[in-house]
Design a protein around this ligand. Structure first.
Ligand SMILES: *[C@@H]1O[C@H](CO)[C@@H](O)[C@H](O)[C@H]1NC(C)=O
Ligand SMILES: *[C@@H]1O[C@H](CO)[C@@H](O)[C@H](O)[C@H]1NC(C)=O
Ligand SMILES: *[C@@H]1O[C@H](CO)[C@@H](O)[C@H](O)[C@H]1NC(C)=O
Length: 451
């Protein structure tokens, strides 16, 4: 019953011309209410009218090599039941009811989702998928939903039973013909997703790389594997086979795998943790996988060795140090700006030198930029900014100080010394005269008095 509702809902919504959104929203609300009242679990009504179908033309060239040509075609994913007709004039992949539903895993808004359908080759493995109605000659497609801001990547394997079985062993050499406007009824057989499509963390963190899967039948014969690709090498991290029950490596709990959780817990991050992690779930003839690029990123800490306001006397000099510490990976860019009264900052030709990168014990790097100041009075009132940009930062980190330049202390000193000398000279010049004056006065007095 739920699927019936879904189909009607889907049809109503898709039939909505732009001008009649209000009515359609209303109808949608009524339907949503009905679904709510009936107590069924509702799925978000989504479809991706602009799905890209990456079709392939494969042929064997004169030298006997296989050449593949990719052709982008328009397609639609439509959820419904067997027998539904197409809602859009494009190649329609009708996804019919199954235990596996990609809509369960969606997050965020629909217009952030990119959808791509590809043909999937079983690589020569001919076997029947173990569900009712499946055939040995079934053909496979993958539908990948990618969130444009990196919330998830979901890959669903779609099984389609063609009207006539293809001849030959290698499916890709005789791909089933698909014409524009065709409707292919498919059933979702398996879904594999990750909510960590790419990861950037700092040293010594212990992140979990998400990988989850679901299959349309019970007790699937699955092999779950994690590998790390680094510098062209493959390092096997973990594998588990439900057939043999054998586990190799660590990081995934076997009990969790039974529930479709194949997430990998990493050891504390070190330099050699970087690379591309590949989670794969193989259930013959299918092998689904996700590549998770993993990189280490540490933001620099930036500091200056001077206070917010730096007072200097004209003629003095000073080495101002701007330290950028504990960043990863190499490299940082350090620039100095000079600015006055909120004018546009200009990179200026200042006397700047840099130390070399220092490797810290934790694997991060540090560098210092030295600004040699020898200001004159005309430099007073300027703001100096050290601006550090790094891969891990959206905007550069800025640290500034104001420069206040005062009259040279030495001038004062000269004045003081000069003043002292002048006064000394004056004193030395006048004192003897005063004494002399007194003496001559005494002499005159005594002669007058006849002493
Ligand atoms: C998946 O299993 C791991 C243990 O392997 C656990 O830490 C994690 O919380 C589980 N994730 C979910 C979504 O259940
Ligand atoms: C499945 O495919 C992935 C990616 O191509 C590969 O790394 C992995 O080894 C395959 N898994 C198995 C079990 O063959
Ligand atoms: C630092 O300064 C630069 C250049 O003026 C500017 O582009 C950037 O946004 C500033 N950063 C912050 C965090 O304000």
């Amino acid at each position: 019953m739920l699927l019936g509702y879904m189909a009607v809902f889907g049809r109503l919504w898709a039939g909505c011309p732009h001008g009649k959104i209000t009515f359609c929203t209303f109808a949608g609300l009524v339907l949503a209410l009905c679904l709510g009242v009936s107590g069924s679990q509702t799925l978000p009504d989504v479809h991706w009218p602009h799905c890209r179908f990456m079709d392939e033309k494969v042929h064997v060239n004169k030298e006997g090599h296989i050449e593949t040509e990719y052709i982008q075609r328009k397609a639609v994913v439509q959820f419904g039941k067997d027998g539904d007709s197409a809602l859009h004039p494009a190649i329609t992949f009708l996804v019919t009811g199954s235990e596996v539903d990609m809509r369960h895993y969606l997050e965020g808004s629909e217009n952030m989702i990119q959808c791509e359908i590809r043909r999937y080759s079983t690589g020569g493995i001919v076997m029947r998928w173990p569900v009712a109605g499946a055939q040995e000659y079934d053909v496979w497609f993958t539908c990948t939903l990618r969130h444009t801001q990196g919330l998830f990547v979901i890959t669903t394997f779609l099984r389609h039973t063609p009207a006539t079985p293809a001849q030959g062993k290698l499916d890709f050499l005789q791909w089933m013909k698909i014409s524009d406007g065709d409707l292919l009824t498919t059933s979702a057989a398996m879904v594999i997703l990750t909510r960590t499509p790419s990861v950037e963390v700092g040293f010594s963190k212990e992140p979990e790389l998400h990988c989850q899967f679901a299959v349309d039948h019970k007790l699937p014969k699955a092999t779950v594997e994690w590998k790390l690709q680094r510098h062209g090498k493959h390092i096997k991290l973990f594998s588990y086979s439900s057939l043999t029950g054998k586990t190799e490596g660590s990081g995934v709990t076997v009990k969790a795998i039974e529930g479709g959780n194949a997430s990998l817990k990493l050891q504390p991050v070190r330099k050699r943790s970087e690379g591309t992690y590949v989670c794969s779930v193989k259930i013959p003839p299918l092998n689904g996988s996700h590549n998770i690029p993993f990189s280490i990123s540490e933001q620099p800490r930036v500091s200056l060795n001077v206070p917010n306001t730096l007072a200097m006397a004209a003629g003095q000099d000073k080495k101002v140090i701007c330290d950028a510490e504990s960043y990863y990976p190499l490299d940082v860019n350090i620039e100095w700006y000079l600015e006055r009264h909120r004018e546009n900052p200009m990179p200026s030709f200042l006397n700047v030198r840099h130390s070399s990168h220092r490797l810290n014990q934790d694997g991060t790097y540090s560098i210092s930029a030295f600004l040699y100041l020898e200001p004159g009075l005309e430099n007073s009132g300027y703001q100096y900014t050290c601006s550090v940009s790094h891969k891990s930062l959206l905007n550069p980190i800025n640290k500034s100080f104001f420069l206040v330049v005062t009259e040279t202390d030495s001038t004062m000193w000269y004045f003081a010394v000069f003043g002292f000398i002048i006064s000394m000279l004056l004193i030395m010049h006048y004192i003897p005269r005063i004494f002399a004056g007194r003496k001559s006065a005494k002499r005159y007095m005594s002669s007058c008095l006849g002493v």
